[in-house]
Structures are given as structure tokens and as C-alpha cells.
Design a binder for this molecule. Sequence first.
Ligand SMILES: [Zn+2]
Ligand SMILES: [Zn+2]
Length: 176
Amino acid sequence: MASPLSGLVVNVAEVLRRVGNVKDIDVAIDSTLLELGDDRVGGQDVPVSFHLESTNTGIVVRGTVSAEYHDTCRRCLKDVTDRASVDIGEIYQREITDPDAYPLEGEQLNLAPLVREHLLLALPDAPLCRADCPGLCPVCGADKSDPAEAECGCSVGAPDPRWEALEALRDRFDDR
Ligand SMILES: [Zn+2]
Ligand SMILES: [Zn+2]
């Protein structure tokens, strides 16, 4: 009987047979099966590309996952649609000795928790519509990225220190 997560469960009997055995997986996963619980990621096919290798300590999984997300620009509040992608290098173990390892149950390797956790971490905390988005005028709220509004004529005095602190935080996130 097919489990609802069958698209994410990989039989690794052949990989486990000998250290050094490998298996490649290139599939598109229906995002609803991932149960992301995050409305920034809507229904879509999530491309998953993994290389599995049996080692002395478990099965090492390396690869990439990416998904389209929708959010709001932190500076100008316009809608942002972009793609988050993440490189993955993790290990699955039958007997967990590595605290970061994912559990391997029998000969079934479930990719769902791995893909879910990494995708959610890959979504940006402070999305921008573009890297140099000038944002809104702090005085009148004009959209500085719109040529018709950019010269709103407001004189911006000394920046509010609270905004400066936020800017510093934002720059730190951008640098990651
Ligand atoms: Zn923006
Ligand atoms: Zn203004």
C-alpha cells in the first residue's frame, strides 16, 4: 500500500549492502507532501537532487533543494517572489551516534524531514524586492523606487536611532 509520503521515502537496501555504494535521486516533490506549514511557500513542485552514499557511520546525503516563495519587501512593502535554494549535507543513521543525524528506519530513508527543515531555514528573514531597494521615504511614505515618487522633496533629518539599529540588524542578515 502506498503511503502518502511515498514520493519522499527511498528504499536504500542496495545502498546499505556495502560501504561506498551510492544512489542518485532527482525528483520533483509536491510541496503539499512536505507539510511546510509556511504560507510563504505555496503549492508547487519542489525540485530535489540528492546523492546518497553509504559510509561506516551511516548514509550521507548531499544535494540541493529549492522552492519559490512569496513574501513582502522589508523596505518598500511590495510583493516579492523569488526562489530559495539550499545545499544540503546530512547523515542518516540506524543507531543515532551523531546528534544531528536523521533516523534511518530499516531500509527506508525518509527525505521529508530533511527537505522540510532545510527549506524553511533557507527562506530569508528580511526579503528584498531587489538588493538595492531604496524603500519608502521615512517622512511621507513615498515609494523611492518609483521614479514618479522618488523626488518627494522631503528633507530627511538625522535618522531615527531606532531605525539605524534595525538597519544594522538587516545588514547582518543580508551578509549571511
Ligand atoms: Zn523593495
Ligand atoms: Zn517624502
